[in-house]
Design a protein around this ligand. Structure first.
Ligand SMILES: Nc1ncnc2c1ncn2[C@@H]1O[C@H](COP(=O)(O)OP(=O)(O)OP(=O)(O)O)[C@@H](O)[C@H]1O
Ligand SMILES: [Mg+2]
Length: 279
């Protein structure tokens, strides 16, 4: 599948106000199986971009095409509790698959799978989603999206409100989904470490414009430019850069977190053999 945006602009300003575009001529191509990070300062247009792709906001100009058109694009929004309406968590999560006209046995399987995947305590499955904590509500919202088995998962700030076990569980769920399906991921977050563990491609929005479309390795060389925008590299990438600047024999531009760990491990091996410093 392919999602293609061509010169998409979105304008929220009311008539009479000075024009202030939330997205400015954004062009992009997203393909099945890609895992993409969406970074950008507050108010840079990340949520707006996800909403445009999900078809919830109509751009003032430009075009969006999704090919083939069948199947769902699952958007999990920034404040999920605003959308809850069902009486129980189970019913909330079942709503999407029920509307896909699946047999009820299949709906039940999907609900069990999705709520287990997000690690929500089964004692909470029959209570009202409004009576859950913020972190639990985020898990329910993600489960509701996953239960629809979307082709592309659009996540808006999925780590907000999660405690450390919740954060690790979410990372594991998404890594497993990636490994076992060809689902696409587009994840907006202010947490570069979370994104580095999951994605390979990186989009940075600044003031509604696509500032860069690159890889993590490509972004590593732009640490100063990112810093001036108030954005940071993932800790591991930043550490590798510092080590390289200090003369350590490492390749700092690592596209994947596994590669970054491997570089650090290799460096430790070199140190233990006493090679560093001899070079
Ligand atoms: N419904 C709306 N009505 C008017 N302006 C809006 C609306 N939604 C967003 N905006 C404006 O559009 C711009 C982009 O907002 P958006 O929510 O997409 O940013 P963001 O990158 O997701 O920010 P954050 O990091 O805070 O989540 C901001 O200037 C915001 O004020
Ligand atoms: Mg946002």
């Amino acid at each position: 599948m392919e999602i293609k945006l061509a010169d998409i602009s979105v304008d929220f300003s009311r008539s009479g106000e000075q024009k202030e575009e939330a997205l400015k001529k954004v062009s992009l191509r997203l393909k099945a199986g890609e895992a993409i990070a969406l970074l950008g300062p507050i108010g840079s247009g990340k949520s707006t971009l996800l909403r445009v792709i999900a078809g919830l906001i109509k751009p003032v100009s430009g075009s969006l095409s999704v090919k083939p058109p069948e199947g769902t694009l699952g958007l999990s929004i920034q404040e999920p509790q605003r959308g809850f309406f069902a009486e129980t968590v189970r019913e909330e999560v079942a709503f999407g698959p029920e509307n896909q006209d699946l047999p009820s046995a299949e709906v039940d399987l999907r609900v069990d799978w999705a709520l287990t995947a997000v690690n929500l305590n089964p004692a909470k499955w029959e209570v009202s989603p409004l009576h859950l904590s913020g972190g639990e509500q985020r898990r329910v919202a993600l489960a509701a999206t996953l239960a629809m088995k979307p082709r592309f998962l659009l996540l808006d700030e999925p780590t907000i409100g999660l405690d450390s076990p919740g954060y690790q569980a979410l990372t594991a769920v998404l890594q497993k989904l990636k490994a076992e399906t060809d689902i696409g991921l587009l994840v907006a977050s202010h947490d570069p470490d979370f994104l580095y563990a999951l994605t390979e491609r990186v989009l940075v929005l600044v003031g509604g414009k696509l500032y860069v479309d690159t890889t993590w390795g490509g972004l590593a060389g732009q640490e100063e430019a990112l810093g001036s925008l108030g954005l940071q590299l993932p800790f591991l990438l930043s550490l590798l850069r510092r080590l390289q600047e200090a003369g350590a024999p490492v390749q700092s531009a690592q596209d994947r977190i596994d590669g970054a760990w491997a570089e650090l491990t290799r460096l430790r091996g070199i140190r233990e053999k006493g090679v560093v410093g001899d070079e």
